[in-house]
Design a protein around this ligand. Structure first.
Ligand SMILES: C[S@@+](CC[C@H](N)C(=O)[O-])C[C@H]1O[C@@H](n2cnc3c(N)ncnc32)[C@H](O)[C@@H]1O
Length: 351
């Protein structure tokens, strides 16, 4: 009832706002107050003292950072020195056991973004710009050469590209349900991956909830980078009406995430493992979904991620008090990565 009232008010404000913007003649990136108020209430309760500094980063886009993931399939000899000239350094310590030798990612504490590369037909891109925390689910997955890997919710393809920087799977299935985003995924793969390797990749447009039934016990590794309330982008929703609708429908996301995870468990062979990730701080979409899977699938066990967390603790701030099989990256000034939730599970038997 309260949200409906807020929605009606937001609709009126949105109409007024649109007229105002038209009058100003330009669109400005502005915080969506209704989303901020909603987060304020929820995250103060869930994160307590940690929320105020996280909120400061999330609401200050000028202090956001971007990491640069190098593409091992392209040759650009001058790239690393020009990154160094601009203050970039390797994002992860070289000795990290989880870190595949071929994965090269650069970051810097100063905000800003290295210039993006335009698509040029017939030429592979040299790097992918990303939030460094997006690499944590990929590192946690520990893909090995020859494995059968499924990226269940893959568009626009950042993590698919990162997986292929780490290892050469025997079979790599990238799935995206949304038609438009699926084309974006295909374009990303074409821009980063050379022809012989592309033959190992299957791109599909299935509802991820069905893949478990279609390909039971087929995969060694499954990544479930789930659709979620994307805290960063929701805070800057241009349309307050749409933002209120999303907040009203937020509860349904947990159910979709649970069904995607259940499908992923089904698609795993016994002994295989999955990583679940989101870019929200919301407990309902993170720990609660994982706890529900652990309580409902007896053949699934949690996998300890504390070693990986210790290895990357220089670069990331984690919420304390989480269980060993999960991490929550909290954005902080100078380490403005995340939000990113990561959990790892292993399927121990068929049933
Ligand atoms: C967080 S994004 C994935 C980002 C991607 N892994 C990356 O790193 O570039 C989640 C994706 O899941 C897709 N999605 C939503 N519902 C889905 C479903 N039922 N099955 C498969 N994908 C779905 C969304 O369209 C969205 O592209």
């Amino acid at each position: 009832c309260h949200l409906i009232l807020v929605w009606l008010l937001a609709r009126q404000r949105s109409r007024d706002g649109k007229l105002e913007k038209k009058a100003k003649g330009k669109l400005q990136k502005q915080i969506c107050q209704v989303v901020l108020d909603h987060f304020e209430k929820q995250y103060t309760a869930e994160l307590r003292d940690a929320w105020s500094s996280v909120r400061d980063v999330l609401t200050s886009p000028w202090c956001w950072q971007h990491a640069v993931l190098l593409n091992r399939f392209s040759q650009n000899p001058g790239l690393e020195s020009s990154l160094a000239e601009q203050g970039y350094h390797p994002a992860f310590p070289a000795a990290l056991p989880y870190l595949p030798a071929a994965l090269r990612c650069y970051s810097r504490t100063a905000p800003g973004r290295f210039p993006a590369q335009k698509h040029q037909p017939g030429r592979l891109k040299d790097y992918y710009l990303l939030n460094a925390a997006s690499l944590l689910p990929v590192l946690a997955l520990e893909v090995k050469d020859g494995e059968a890997v499924l990226d269940l919710c893959a568009a626009p393809g950042g993590k698919s590209v990162a997986i292929l920087q780490c290892a050469c799977p025997g079979h790599f299935h990238c799935n995206e349900y949304d038609d438009l985003r699926s084309r974006w995924l295909e374009q990303t793969i074409e821009s980063f991956i050379p022809a012989p390797l592309i033959n190992l990749i299957t791109v599909s447009k299935l509802d991820g909830r069905q893949i478990g039934d279609l390909q039971p016990e087929f995969y060694d590794k499954v990544l479930v980078d789930a659709p979620c309330s994307n805290d960063r982008s929701w805070l800057f929703s241009a349309d307050p009406q749409q933002a209120v609708l999303r907040l009203m429908q937020r509860k349904e996301l947990s159910s979709l995430q649970f069904q995607l995870l259940r499908s992923a468990v089904q698609a795993l062979r016994p002994g295989g493992s999955l990583v679940y990730s989101t870019c929200t701080l919301s407990r309902a979409e993170n720990s609660d979904v994982i706890n529900l899977i652990l309580n409902s699938c007896r053949n699934v066990m949690p996998v300890d991620l504390s070693g990986m967390a210790r290895g990357v603790s220089q670069e990331f701030t984690f919420l304390s008090g989480m269980q060993q099989h999960e991490l929550l990256v909290l954005p902080e000034k100078g380490r403005a990565w995340g939000p990113m939730y990561v959990a790892k599970l292993k399927k121990v038997s068929s049933t």
